[in-house]
Design a protein around this ligand. Structure first.
Ligand SMILES: [Zn+2]
Ligand SMILES: [Zn+2]
Ligand SMILES: [Zn+2]
Length: 359
């Protein structure tokens, strides 16, 4: 891999209205001055409401596994919900402003009873359980409340990633709209499907996993160029793959997807989660080895509720987006909507691949 400076605008293949400026020249990106604060590695903190034994410090339990005995994963209502079901409908505003009732549910999923554990230190059994809890909570809320159009599952870890509680946890927000990031992906992939008959995510996975392709001249069959195309692969399991997006917004952004087409996360089963757990744990270990103490967000993108018509189910492909936070968005990024990434995705993927993971 040559280390020449890249300065190019890459169009996101899935949502072409989004683009990223890959600019690897040094010093053009505001960095965090201080090293991230050390993670609190204590297993138990007496004053932490999410620690086992402090259950009376949180709202009542909504769900837990196992149902009896000491819990491993525990779900409670968020005491400071972004959306909730306790408000009166808004009055009609005058003019062109529009309001949709801020109705919904906001839950906290306490990922692990261990206060300071990092994701790459979770057992694979526990990680698989966590994704099972995500799925089962989503199923429950969709069934219980027909007004919900989308449920976003996400995780903020570390202060720079908006994690307000040190104890490892995820969140789930059930909302009365489909958020536009999901909507854009769903619509763009449907468009691609209608043109080409293929799922764009499957197409990108195929490309990411092809070791080498050769381009031939169309007229005389002469070999033009060899492309090394597996350069976006980070980790590969039996059923899941971790890839570095070609138009990565964040330096160390990695996406994990099922290799076989699957539109809806709610259809994933135990065998899927067992392999997802392995691919996720190993991916997080790679990131940890290269970036250091990680502060990150991850979130699940899947089909909106009741978009199971066959076109959507064939054109969309659920995935987990992992976005480590290593820099602060600049005014340029906020003003232009153009993310700036100072590490070439090809080089970042190569670095992550080189990490040797103990099994
Ligand atoms: Zn705790
Ligand atoms: Zn697909
Ligand atoms: Zn997505």
């Amino acid at each position: 891999m040559d280390n020449a400076n890249i300065r190019e605008i890459r169009i996101d293949p899935i949502v072409p209205t989004q683009s990223v400026l890959i600019s690897t020249a040094r010093g053009n990106r505001p960095r965090r001055d201080e090293a991230p604060p050390a993670r609190d590695e204590r297993a138990f903190v007496e004053t932490c409401p999410f620690c086992r034994g402090n259950e009376d410090l949180t709202p009542p339990v909504a769900y837990q596994v196992p149902a009896r005995d000491e819990w491993e994963i525990r779900v409670v209502k968020n005491p400071f919900p972004i959306l909730a079901d306790d408000q009166l409908p808004p009055g009609l505003p005058p003019g062109i402003q529009q309001v949709i009732e801020g109705y919904g549910h906001h839950e906290v999923i306490i990922d692990h009873f261990n206060h300071g554990i990092a994701l790459h230190q979770f057992s694979e059994r526990h990680l698989a359980l966590l994704f099972t809890v995500y799925r089962d909570r989503m199923r429950f809320l969709y069934n219980a409340d027909p007004r919900i159009k989308y449920i976003l599952v996400f995780k903020n870890f570390g202060k720079s990633a908006g994690g307000s509680m040190a104890h490892t946890h995820s969140q789930l927000i059930a909302m009365p709209i489909v958020p536009h990031n999901v909507y854009d992906e769903v619509q763009s992939s449907l468009l691609f499907y209608k043109k080409s008959g293929a799922c764009i995510f499957c197409t990108l996975i195929n490309e990411a996993m092809t070791l080498e392709t050769t381009a031939y001249d169309r007229r005389d069959g002469e070999k033009l160029q060899n492309y090394e195309t597996a350069k976006y692969l980070v980790e590969r399991g039996r059923k899941f793959v971790a890839v570095k997006p070609f138009a990565s917004r964040y330096e160390w952004e990695v996406h994990i997807l099922p290799m076989e087409h699957q539109g809806n996360f709610l259809e994933a089963g135990a065998d899927d989660f067992a392999d997802l757990a392995r691919v996720l744990r190993r991916t997080m270990a790679r990131l940890h080895a290269v970036v250091g103490e990680l502060q990150y967000n991850y979130f699940l993108h899947t089909l909106p509720h009741q978009e199971n018509s066959s076109d959507f189910a064939d054109s969309f492909h659920w995935h987990l987006e992992i976005c480590p936070r290593t820099s602060i968005p600049s005014g340029f990024e906020l003003g232009s909507g153009l993310f700036v990434n100072s590490i070439s995705p090809e080089e970042a993927a190569a670095k992550l691949r080189r990490v040797v993971i103990e099994d």
